[in-house]
Design a protein around this ligand. Structure first.
Ligand SMILES: Cc1cc2nc3c(=O)[nH]c(=O)nc-3n(C[C@H](O)[C@H](O)[C@H](O)COP(=O)(O)OP(=O)(O)OC[C@H]3O[C@@H](n4cnc5c(N)ncnc54)[C@H](O)[C@@H]3O)c2cc1C
Length: 433
């Protein structure tokens, strides 16, 4: 098993995913060579890094992005593509600060969607963005969560279409008996995440952002103007944003033990026959259950079922991803028995023990945001804006997160993995109850 740090230092190409096979472009930005200057240097070209860079560039900042591998190489280019409102930890933030922040939190829940929709339109990004997502209840007790969410949507006069489905409607719409109900929301949806990331990177470049690929950052020299260093160059900037999430080990003194890498895995079937598609997902919505350890799936543009299952916290990938995920898929859809599996891949995302994204800064000018706990397409875009606001001195939203105390478990990667594996075992047991 390779450690995340080894993986980063090897300067890898994209994993063997459906997304890499259908990417609009094989990006080939130059490696960093020599000395560069910028207002802001971003480390990592996933959604956190690229969304922050694009927001800053739109506001007139000069920005350099330094990526160890390729744009979207990490979780951002490998994920389930589910555009789901909210982010893990928002309810905890609301509890911590009280009802006074309820409206702010509600707006933040949906802000990432707004940013993504605006950018897809403004920069003509072809990423198969579609509306429609169902949160499904596997257990009767989960129906209360659905009712609570729907009640808040009603109270707030949510302007987009949504509906609570009972067992029969869920069965009719999803072609499976696996669920006792669901909540469909047509503001949520799904997309091709790698193409979104690549498209946003191109938009950023068009706004003047300099992007460097195949350039692992080896360290940061702190000071009034910190310097981001690679083996072949450096970027000196007024501010640095660390956006390496589960794949980086920079600033270990400050960040060690804050975020744990968890693995999630996806298989992609062959394109399904029209009758099957109409049976299992006639509305073409994304689906994710309400378990702690989730199954999630959606149809690709060419009607493959992309089915994902979380998660491995042990730091070890399954030897055979198909063998690990296929039974989960067939449990929901026995009618897919015998369908060919064309793709299998996995990725790592950052998990925080209390589920609140770890946002903060070191020495006032090195910012970081990581650990969306598996729920990051929307959240990364919200946080890109929060980081850009903070760099401009507007700290209201930044402080909501930065003032949260996180439990750390310092120690080796292996030790962290074992401890978090116990955590997931606990959540699995909760799912079974
Ligand atoms: C299989 C899977 C399925 C998922 N499904 C969903 C989903 O359906 N919906 C959802 O909302 N979320 C989902 N997630 C979570 C979501 O993908 C992540 O929360 C999000 O993409 C995190 O983005 P990021 O930019 O912070 O990190 P990443 O996308 O991981 O990007 C980090 C980048 O930093 C780079 N980097 C690391 N170290 C260095 C260094 N030293 N120097 C330079 N660069 C460095 C890496 O190469 C990488 O490109 C899923 C995650 C996985 C793995």
């Amino acid at each position: 098993m390779k450690s995340a740090m080894q993986a980063v230092n090897q300067k890898q190409e994209h994993t063997n995913s459906y997304y890499a096979a259908t990417a609009n472009e094989a990006t080939d930005y130059p490696p960093l060579a020599g000395a560069e200057e910028a207002d802001v240097c971003v480390v990592g070209a996933g959604f956190t890094g690229i969304a922050t860079a694009l927001t800053l560039a739109e506001r007139g900042y000069s920005v350099a992005v330094v990526e160890a591998n390729r744009v979207g190489w990490g979780a951002s280019g490998r994920n389930g593509g589910q555009l789901i409102n909210g982010m893990n930890g928002l309810n905890a933030i609301r509890k911590k600060y009280g009802e006074g922040v309820a409206d702010l939190i509600w707006d933040m829940k949906w802000r990432g969607h707004e940013i993504i929709h605006e950018r897809v339109e403004k920069y003509a990004i072809a990423c198969e963005l579609k509306n429609g997502y169902v949160e499904t209840a596997v257990k009767p007790r989960q129906l209360a969560d659905i009712e609570e969410t729907a009640a808040e949507m009603q109270r707030r006069q949510f302007p987009y279409e949504y509906e609570v489905w009972d067992r029969d409607k869920t069965r009719a719409m999803l072609g499976t008996d696996a669920y006792v109900g669901g909540l469909v929301c047509f503001r949520d949806g799904h997309l091709h995440p790698l193409n979104l990331c690549i498209g946003e990177a191109r938009a950023a470049q068009a706004q003047g952002v300099r992007i460097f690929e195949q350039s692992p950052v080896t360290g940061i020299e702190h000071g009034a103007r910190p310097k981001v260093k690679t083996a072949t160059g450096g970027v000196q900037a007024d501010a640095v944003v660390l956006a390496g999430n589960a794949y980086h080990r920079l600033e270990a003194k400050h960040l060690n033990g804050l975020v744990f890498p968890a693995g999630s895995y996806i298989i992609g079937t062959e394109p399904l026959a029209e009758e099957l598609v109409n049976e299992i997902n006639p509305l073409d919505v994304a689906v994710c259950d309400l378990n702690e350890v989730v199954d999630y799936y959606r149809l690709s543009a060419d009607k493959r079922l992309l089915f994902g299952g979380t998660c491995k916290y042990s730091g070890r990938d399954p030897v055979d991803i198909k063998k690990y995920i296929l039974p989960k898929m067939l449990k929901i859809y026995p009618q897919l028995q015998g369908v060919r599996i064309d793709y299998e891949w996995g990725g790592k995302y950052g998990v925080v023990l209390n589920r609140i994204p770890a946002l903060g800064r070191i020495n006032n000018n090195v910012y970081y945001c990581q650990g969306y706990s598996g729920h990051g397409v929307n959240a990364t875009h919200v946080m890109g804006e929060v980081l850009a606001d903070a760099i401009a001195g507007a700290l209201e939203k930044f402080d909501l997160f930065a003032n949260v105390r996180h439990l750390r478990i310092p120690g080796s990667q292996w030790l962290n993995g074992q401890i978090v594996a116990l955590g997931v075992l606990y959540h699995r047991l909760k799912d079974l109850l």
